[in-house]
Design a protein around this ligand. Sequence first.
Ligand SMILES: [Zn+2]
Length: 354
Amino acid sequence: MNQHTRFNLPICLTVEEDAFLHSEEIVKRYIPDIIGQKAMIISEEFLISIYKDKIEDISRDFGNAEIFTMKNASFDEAVYIAKKVCVEDIKVIIGIGGGRVLDTAKYAAHISKAVYICMPTSLSNDSLASPFSVLETYGKARKTFECKIPTAIIVDTNMIINAPVDQTLSGIGDTIAKHTALFDWKLSASRTSSRIDDFAYALSRMSYDSVYHCDEKNMKSCVFIRILSRALVMGGLAMEIAGSSRPCSGSEHLFAHAIEEYYPDVKITHGLAVALGSIPACIFQGQDAAGLLDFFKTYGIATNPQSYGITKDMFADIWEKARTVRADRITILNDVKPDRIQLDEIYNRMVEGK
Ligand SMILES: [Zn+2]
């Protein structure tokens, strides 16, 4: 991590109402060289059917770009797309979709060295501008791969406002998780020879602060969408600068990873799982969790494990598993070993929401 001194920044971050309707104009303003170059749009079947007109419009803007329907957010699919891009001399990849599409498109662009334009249809997590892609490897097994961050990020506030509310709540959860992640990052640095990258730390802190202290509580307002978009991108850039996911991922993420790996039947998005994990993580860290609980209540983010079907036994087991999912990662879980009574107390507190 300490040797990491080179990083990239996106050339363009546009958050505008109806931005998708004039994406070509936006791109022309920032990266004029790519206009006229062969482009390909990557999206998913259900999105292509919902947003048919918009996507076809974007295709026309980029010289009748082929619209590629991806099926799996897998390593194989990303490699297949990259091969197509190289063989057909495609220079620009435009990813239009949620996390699955964007991670696949980002990795395909990374392998094929194409320019990558990221156009999210929802704001569910901070992988938007992060230097990582989570892809399926064999079957449903997934792995995180390092990759290049997008060249341009274009957020259409109208698209986000119309996205399922859980998606936006997940994006909020992933942002608020930075509070406990930064604590763990500092703790880890104090135990090892690694150091905290101050600039990455500040960016991630600002990302958290901008949402936590946001005066606009209406998630469907353009103002809020703009703040959340920037916060998620800032989180991604913090990871790019640090050369690791540590500025955005601590023990609350270990909790989420343990659910993903050991309880795949639990229906919870990544961002909501880290939000749920951030409350116990905050308590383990000796910090006051009341502020987080209040914040989550304000936006209607469930902090009751029961609402996701997580029982007391599962809750205790998930925290046990969280210690081992990324064994090389030092977090508060290395220091604090809550017993079953303490875990049950935290669980009850979360059920009551105070
Ligand atoms: Zn995350």
